[in-house]
Design a binder for this molecule. Sequence first.
Ligand code: NAD
Length: 346
Amino acid sequence: MVMLVDVPRMSAWIRDTGAQQAIAQITARLETDFSRWNQFDKVERIAAHSPIGVIELMPIADADHYAFKYVNGHPSNPAHGLQTVTAFGAYADVHTGYPILIAEMTLLTALRTAATSAMAARHLARPDSRVMAMLGNGSQSEFQALGMRSALGITQLRIWDIDPAAMDKLESNLAPLGFDIVRATSAEDACHGADIITTATADKALATIVHSDWVTPGTHVNAIGGDCPGKTELDAEILRRARIFVEYEPQTRIEGEIQQLDPGHPVNALWQVVAGETPGRMSTEDITVFDSVGFALEDFTALAHLAEAVAGTEYAGELDLVAEPHDPRDLFSLLQVPAIPRTLAS
Ligand code: NAD
């Protein structure tokens, strides 16, 4: 049997663990996995683009486990009552090839994206950061805020979205959790006095959500929304002023903010910072940019953590997904079933 964590089980696991605690646990495991970066078999994700969106497959493996995620990005979906990003994925045993876990990954992606932002910020933001501008108040935003509180103790959020209903939603979700929330009147206003600027907007366009003259020395920019060719959020001048940190450079060159720069513009590998091989923030005046696009290792880590956390608990269902005849060479025997199971017949 394969473990199944569907949406109700994932929701219950996160609720009972606590979203901030789950993000913190995944952040800790990410630090371990990024530190052993060279043990992973890595490849850029495989993207199928359409004019209004993308569907991506994200595989990765180490010597013992394999994982993949199927994920979409369709910024116009919310106008039709659908999520911009949805995902599911699998975690498997390399030694047998058998899947161990199948999971919904829409919620898990929000957790692992927040955990990755938190890990990056812990190395790149000023340790005394307390104020974060949150530009784009959609599905990722609450998780991003909780990740930054867990990593650095962020207490104040300066929120901005072109849709006031998204700001209402973020405020009502996070105010009860103890955040001091300031409703900004513009993106520029949101950036005013922010130690960290997080961009999580969704628009398949070369957008400029943050202008360079709004970014003061010492700021950490956590840019998660520009994650596709032709989709960016930052004024290129910010990138020229900053030290830039990326996940998997071949993928980020295609998908990240740095698609706006010369292909040879220097960037730093986040894993080398985590492993202690490259300095992160070097002075209080540095502008640092985490040019996040989302990499398969983050999904591997999240699935590995989930598999261990839910094994043997009520959060793991069972899925009869792998055909296992009594004689492994007699697959045909499975056709001699006594009757069609009621669930299939109905
Ligand atoms: P969402 O559609 O739920 O929310 C996006 C929000 O951005 C909406 O509320 C929208 O009104 C707002 N917005 C759009 N244009 C804006 C602008 N110019 N200024 C201010 N607000 C604006 O999407 P989501 O699930 O929160 O994802 C946000 C982005 O993050 C997407 O582009 C998605 O692809 C990306 N993402 C990246 C990663 C990663 O690992 N880097 C992971 C998940 C999602």
